[in-house]
Write a protein that binds this ligand. Structure first.
Ligand SMILES: [Zn+2]
Ligand SMILES: [Zn+2]
Length: 491
């Protein structure tokens, strides 16, 4: 053992991830490290301890700790610094790799235009109204600058500068969850628009003029602090977008003539992330052929013109987000895998915690998503699946969803899943993951007690009764009150 506390770790990308006891233990240690960071409110740059200190603190072997550190690094919660004064440092996380992975995952599972529009309808008018309520001089300047920029860039082919206004409005709500989700929705919309194939130039130009007109009205309402008008204008705007998207349906996945969807990159992204995005896009364009070899390491180095360390970093990101995996040996290479959003959901939940999301931020977004889904489920309450799925979820309230967690999520997840919108389902999973991590970081989980579990069960039962009786108003009222109670526990 050197005084640095960290030995030079040999590169070991050849070892495939296993699901053995080491991995499970490492995952638990990673969660404990992350819970410590959450509890300490993200002291970016602080040293959590040397490798030796961390091994002693968590009572684990070096291989387990190293695996745990890899997970913490993937979640962008910490980074291992080598050398003297080395150890695990707290990081400022970046949501971009996880955002990209979720966007591509949603495309892979076949998110429809209707799902996308429904999600935008639930979140964007809300964002417009919240932005109007808390607009500042600086916010006004940003919005007006966006309008000018849209006009300046209107003639650039392939540029949809008008998308940015939506993301800025999300940011001006001051609600990190709304901001992140609107960013995901705009990326999905933009990728969709890029892939619809040839839209006549005149139509593209007319669409941009329509957007500019309504954006100007929207900005006026927000600047004037008129929340009602901002909300109504955004709803009208989404109706326009929806009409445009339905008349320009894109061809089937993999159909001839489909142009590659391009990911809009932020300046300053690390090279490995740019390569990750290119490989992501390549897989998307190929129609996500699970098991297909994209190329051996040497082929990929040549194709992307990068060094081996950059490729390895990119491969780690792709493996972590379940996009592709490097297979060794004869016939080896980068193999397309079945996507799994779990890792990206974890990363986003942690990112939102870092951004200082509060219980009331979460509640605003959960209200919008869950009340929106409740409407969709109420409309099909005569379908026997509705009653059976929700009753089954209710019966599982006491069952844990993960070690150390109560099963209070089952009911909400079932409700959102029944609405059939995968993007809303993913957003809810991010919010509940965040909620769970936040409460797990406390010394005494508020829902760990039998009383609390029973109260939750009773409240869920009340919502279900009203829903099945077709009493829209009461079902909504009970769901809203229940989310209010959950928020109080979160604090
Ligand atoms: Zn717009
Ligand atoms: Zn609940």
């Amino acid at each position: 053992m050197t005084t640095s506390g960290v030995d030079a770790a040999p590169e070991s990308p050849d070892v495939p991830p296993t699901d053995g006891p080491t991995t499970r233990l490492a995952a638990q240690v990673a969660q404990r490290i992350e819970a410590d960071v959450v509890r300490r409110r993200w002291p970016v740059g602080d040293l959590l301890g040397s490798e030796q200190e961390l091994r002693e603190r968590y009572g684990v072997s070096r291989p387990v700790l190293r695996e745990a550190v890899r997970l913490v690094e993937h979640h962008q919660v910490g980074r291992m610094r080598r050398g003297p004064n080395g150890g695990l440092l707290v990081c400022a996380p970046d949501a971009l790799p996880a955002t990209r992975a979720l966007v591509v995952y949603l495309e892979y599972i076949g998110l429809s235009v209707d799902d996308l529009v429904q999600a935008r309808r639930l979140l964007e008018p809300l964002a417009a109204s919240l932005a109007a309520e808390r607009i500042t001089e600086a916010g006004i300047a940003r919005l007006r600058h966006r309008l000018v920029d849209e006009v300046h860039r209107a003639d650039e082919p392939g540029v949809y500068a008008q998308d940015e206004l939506h993301v800025v409005l999300g940011e001006l709500t001051g609600n990190p969850a709304l901001h992140l989700f609107i960013d995901v929705l705009m990326r999905l919309t933009s990728r969709y628009v890029h892939s619809v194939g040839r839209v006549p130039r005149a139509e593209v130009a007319a669409g941009k003029v329509r957007s500019q007109t309504i954006h100007a009205e929207l900005v006026d309402a927000v600047v004037a602090g008129d929340a009602g008008r901002a909300e109504a204008t955004m709803t009208r705007h989404i109706d326009q977008v929806s009409a445009w998207l339905s008349t320009n349906r894109r061809p089937r996945r993999g159909a001839a003539g489909r142009r590659p969807a391009r990911m809009v990159e932020v300046p300053g992204a690390k090279l490995a992330e740019v390569v990750t995005a290119q490989i992501h896009d390549e897989i998307s364009r190929l129609g996500w052929p699970i098991g297909q070899v994209l190329g051996a390491e040497g082929d990929l180095l040549a194709r992307y013109g990068i060094s081996r360390p950059v490729l390895r970093e990119a491969v780690r990101l792709l493996e972590y987000h379940s996009v592709a995996r490097m297979r060794r040996g004869p016939g080896g290479g980068l193999v397309v895998t079945e996507p799994d959003p779990t890792a990206s959901i974890d990363t986003m939940a942690l990112y939102l915690d870092y951004r200082g999301v509060t219980p009331s931020h979460l509640r605003v977004v959960r209200d919008a998503i869950e009340l929106g889904c409740l409407g969709a489920v109420l409309a099909r309450r005569d379908d026997p699946e509705v009653a059976s799925v929700l009753r089954a979820a209710l019966a599982r309230s006491g069952e844990p969803t993960a070690p150390g967690r109560t099963g209070a999520d089952h009911f909400h997840t079932a409700l959102v899943d029944l609405s059939g919108n995968p993007v809303l389902g993913l957003f809810l999973r991010i919010l509940t993951e965040l909620w769970n991590r936040h409460t797990a970081a406390k010394s005494r989980p508020p829902l760990g007690e039998a009383d609390a579990v029973r109260t939750v069960e009773t409240q869920h039962g009340g919502i279900l009764d009203a829903l099945l009786a077709g009493d829209d108003g009461v079902a909504r009222h009970r769901l809203r009150r229940h989310l209010e109670a959950l928020t109080a526990w979160y604090d």
